[in-house]
Design a protein around this ligand. Structure first.
Ligand code: UDX
Length: 462
């Protein structure tokens, strides 16, 4: 098929590249000339594992191109995807000005019937409103389908080729069939194609993200309670996770969720609920619990040092909102750093991908360290905010030698706490070992009868 993708941000670029890899001819369009020139020169504006290689391959093989010329690029396209950003607007709802602008431009340029596919995350009713706005501009017949995106940053390529499901909202069966054809190569019995009304497809995206965010806020609140009562969240998670109605997935406690989706989508749903006057107390709580959670790590550090960290050197490992990305949008690390600076600490930060973006915000207020170990030089404490794999099994001996005081605040519960304690560190995680609590030792002969711990797996996939 001939496909045009309008908006070459994270979703647009990944989707366009993967669709071209399936054999389609794709043009990725963006009004940002600098971005398009960069892509034409073979440089990728974002960090996403595997993306650069896939872009290069499909450009070389003549299936993928980039352009700033929307009217020319959509001419003759079977499908026109809209994948522009829908950031949080002033009211808390999604700012749809990008979607409307693209719709207007597409309608003005349309010369033959086409299917427009909304990929951007948009409030329920956007499909209908876009149809209305475009119909007022063009006499050419067109359809608007909704095809929400469930890609995870850091695993986006794999998620595209192996989606849990593909959701499509369409008013006419012919339109759903066209999209079924597009996605057929990646569908299996376990990876179904689900067609529904556009309103349901739009709602599906918000319900999915808000439920996932709810799981995180729920387990974070429970972890905080564990801390208050001397229970251990890892054991509690084991205790609940074997109940197959609960499971182990997406229940890793931490410093709070961040990123470009959960915070914005949760607030957008709250706004949508307000617009129709339907109470949405649970989702409001998900948001406020997450705001509270971002403060847990800084508070833990301050409490440990009796309320004052003035003049102390604090190392921060991890700045991205999660591993395998350079994205720092709504990252809990930003809240922690600001609080540490406000409290008069000297902050040394490190991250394998995200340091450049943090430098743009904090400039010379921080010391930027290429290696996690150089961040620890004479440090009074280490705080871990992103669970990059490279931080999971550090050289504790080297850390001991570098640090002035041996205390670790693990905001992602990513270290082996027993190993940290054995190496002579004080250790605090989220709902993990606290000064008043301990885990019972299990005798070796009993351990032999314990089945493998699925927690390890779920941490990796969370
Ligand atoms: C999310 C959805 O997973 C994806 O389906 C949707 O398309 C976009 O939003 P993403 O923002 O890339 O994807 O990140 P995700 O892996 O879901 O993590 C979001 C945040 O939640 C991160 O800050 C992460 O650290 C945190 N998280 C995740 C937890 O704190 N605990 C968990 O158990 C899982």
């Amino acid at each position: 098929m001939k496909i045009a993708i309008v908006g070459t941000g994270y979703v647009g670029l990944v989707t366009g590249t993967c669709l071209s890899d399936l054999g389609n001819h794709v043009v990725c369009i963006d009004k940002d000339r600098a971005k398009i020139s960069m892509l034409e020169a073979g440089r990728i504006p974002i960090y996403e594992p595997g993306l650069a290689g896939l872009v290069a391959k499909n450009v070389r093989e003549g299936r993928l191109a980039f352009s700033v010329d929307l009217p020319r690029s959509i001419d003759g396209a079977d499908l026109i995807f809209i994948a522009v950003g829908t950031p949080q607007g002033k009211s808390g709802g999604a700012d749809l000005s990008g979607v409307w602008a693209v719709g207007r431009q597409v309608a003005e340029s349309l010369r033959a019937p086409a299917t427009i596919v909304i990929k951007s995350t948009v409030p329920v009713g956007t499909n209908a409103e876009l149809t209305r706005q475009m119909s007022a501009i063009t006499p050419v017949p067109f359809d608007v389908a909704s095809n929400p995106e469930f890609l995870k940053e850091g695993a986006a390529i794999d998620d595209f080729f192996k989606p849990d499901r593909v959701v499509v909202g369409a008013r006419r069966p012919e339109v759903a069939e066209r999209l079924l054809e597009l996605y057929r190569p990646i569908l299996t019995h376990e990876r179904p194609f689900l067609a529904m009304a556009p309103e349901s497809a739009e709602m599906t995206k918000y319900v999915a993200n808000c439920l996932l965010a709810s799981k995180i806020s729920f387990i974070n609140e429970m972890a905080n309670l564990c801390t208050g009562y001397g229970a251990h969240i890892d054991d509690v998670r084991r205790g609940i996770g074997y109940d197959c109605r609960i499971g182990f997935q997406f229940l890793a406690p931490g410093a709070g969720y961040g990123g470009s989706c959960f915070p914005k989508d949760v607030r957008a749903l709250i706004h949508m609920a307000k617009m129709v006057g339907i109470p949405c107390q649970m989702i409001e709580a998900v948001d406020s619990v997450n705001e509270y959670q971002k403060e847990v790590l800084p508070r833990m550090i301050l409490n440990h040092f009796g309320g004052s960290i003035r003049g102390m050197r604090i190392a921060v490992w991890g700045l991205a909102f999660k591993p395998e990305t350079d994205d720092i949008r709504e990252s809990p690390a930003l809240v922690l750093i600001e609080e540490l600076l406000q409290a008069g600490a000297f902050v040394r930060v490190t991250d394998p991908q995200a340091m450049g973006h943090v430098r743009e915000i904090f400039g010379s207020r921080l010391v930027y360290c290429e290696s996690p170990y150089s961040a620890l030089e004479s440090a009074d404490a280490l705080a871990i905010v992103t669970d990059w794999d490279m931080y999971r099994a550090p050289n504790f001996q080297l850390m001991r030698d570098l640090m002035r005081r041996r205390i670790i605040f693990d905001g992602r519960n990513c270290l082996n706490e027993a190993a940290a304690l054995q190496a002579g560190f004080q250790y605090q995680g989220i709902g993990r070992l606290t000064p008043g609590s301990s885990r019972p030792r299990t005798r070796a002969n009993i351990l032999e009868h314990v089945p493998p711990d699925p927690l390890t797996e779920s941490f990796d996939s969370a």
